[in-house]
Design a protein around this ligand. Structure first.
Ligand SMILES: Nc1ncnc2c1ncn2[C@@H]1O[C@H](COP(=O)(O)OP(=O)(O)OP(=O)(O)O)[C@@H](O)[C@H]1O
Ligand SMILES: [Mg+2]
Length: 286
């Protein structure tokens, strides 16, 4: 699939990072949720953040996209402090799919996806046929063209999720932040979306996503960021990062890590209580 034409992507800025958190602290009221955290998003790479519920993944993504203002530290986008950039300029560089977006009541799919083009409109630059083409391609890429005239709030959870991804793509940025893009999707549609992420990556996009499925995270990313309690436990290539010890430390999960028979990555096989009782649990992992 040719993705280049929709995003107008250019390869990521040369150098160490497209986006980085430097000593970022985020607080909700009196509670510190991210504590002096450092993360580097390398250009042209798929980075996936994994970690248990409530550890701060969405908070980190929202901070990286400037939706949340850190109490300490800074976020650097293409070499500039993101706090100094105008909202419209951030939106032209970076597209965010939030975790649980809500569309205004009655808004149709095509209207929602069209909103992705808003950062590109101004009184100098009105809506054009190019914008219409980008919207049509964004709808097609996530397989929701048939739903264009339906109100978003009349769709199933999975259809809705693909419509929101479509809106994020219509923004035409070469840096995408996707918070749980496969939520609500059946496995086949989840693979479709992750193959699309792979295509975007091949065309030069930088992608940061949050996934809960550890095996999909491992298979579809070259850089994993493992979080626990608002801190980074490990960061690097899945082959270097994923071990039974790390999974236990991050999630309290007992698992066996084996070679993926399909890909060239580790495969995580979780071990439940019943399997421990059956004696199928490796003694060194207990
Ligand atoms: N608006 C808010 N006000 C107060 N606390 C919040 C707010 N948003 C998140 N939190 C808290 O901050 C912590 C981190 O939340 P966050 O949404 O970043 O977690 P997460 O890792 O994305 O979890 P999940 O996997 O469930 O999506 C949690 O303890 C959560 O309850
Ligand atoms: Mg979250």
């Amino acid at each position: 699939m040719v993705v280049q034409s929709i995003t107008g992507v250019k390869p990521g800025v040369d150098g160490a990072s497209r986006l980085a958190a430097r000593g970022v602290t985020v607080e909700y009221g009196a509670r510190t949720v991210l504590d002096e955290l450092d993360v580097t998003v390398p250009p042209g790479v798929v980075t996936t953040i994994i970690g248990p519920n409530g550890c701060g993944k969405s908070t980190l993504l929202r901070t990286l996209s400037r939706l949340l203002k850190p109490a300490g530290g800074r976020v650097v986008l293409d070499g500039e402090d993101i706090a100094t950039l105008r909202t419209r300029d951030v939106a032209k560089k970076l597209g965010l799919l939030p975790q649980a977006p809500v569309a205004p009541e009655g808004l149709t799919v095509s209207d929602l996806v069209t909103r992705g083009r808003h950062p590109h409109q101004s009184w100098l630059r009105q809506w054009s046929s190019d914008d219409a083409d980008v919207v049509a391609r964004a709808l097609a890429m996530t397989g929701v063209s048939d739903l264009a005239d339906r109100p978003v709030d009349s769709l199933s959870g999975g259809q809705r999720q693909r419509v929101w991804i479509s809106m994020t793509l219509a923004q035409g940025t070469d840096l995408l932040l996707l918070d749980e893009p496969t939520t609500y999707l059946d496995l086949a549609h989840a693979i479709d979306v992750l193959d699309l992420v792979d295509d975007l990556h091949e065309s030069g996009c930088t992608v940061v996503m949050v996934l809960h499925d550890l095996n999909l995270a491992t298979r579809y990313s070259d850089n994993l960021v493992v979080m626990r309690d608002g801190a980074i436990l490990a960061q690097g290539h899945p082959r270097d990062v994923i071990t039974a010890e790390l999974l236990h430390e991050a999630f309290g999960l007992r698992a066996k890590v084996i070679d993926d028979p399909v890909g060239d990555r580790p495969l995580i096989v979780p071990i439940g209580r019943a399997h421990v009782e059956l004696g199928r649990f490796e003694p060194e992992l207990q």
